[in-house]
Design a protein around this ligand. Structure first.
Ligand code: SF4
Ligand code: SF4
Length: 101
């Protein structure tokens, strides 16, 4: 759907700044993962909060083919996508405290 591609192209991949909780079926290289204080295995994030699996030069997922289940379920152009983009537009990166389960 070209609409969706256009949306992501015009977006700073704000969904990739959410905490991504990993599921048992996810097969993600350990260098990309982290364990939270609460003991959850998550995608690691850089100092600015973006997932370390982002290919910053192309602003896309460098492990797209094997990306986590929650990333696969995230609907481009869906309510959650629109909501976090609106938050980001209004408040910048600090306005996105959301978590993807
Ligand atoms: S927030 Fe939505 S538009 Fe932006 S990269 Fe993620 S899915 Fe694409
Ligand atoms: S694994 Fe890929 S799709 Fe998921 S948050 Fe990280 S960069 Fe985004």
């Amino acid at each position: 759907m070209s609409d969706h591609v256009d949306q992501c192209d015009a977006c700073d991949a704000v969904c990739c700044r959410l905490t991504v909780t990993l599921q048992s079926e996810d097969d993600i290289p350990e260098r990309f993962t982290d364990i939270t204080d609460a003991g959850l295995r998550v995608m690691a994030r850089d100092e600015e909060g973006w997932c370390v699996a982002i290919d910053a030069a192309r602003m896309c997922c460098s492990i797209y083919e094997t990306r986590p289940e929650v990333c696969r379920r995230f609907a481009m152009g869906g309510p959650y996508c629109r909501e976090i983009r609106a938050e980001y537009a209004d408040h910048g990166a600090r306005g996105i405290p959301l978590i993807m389960y």
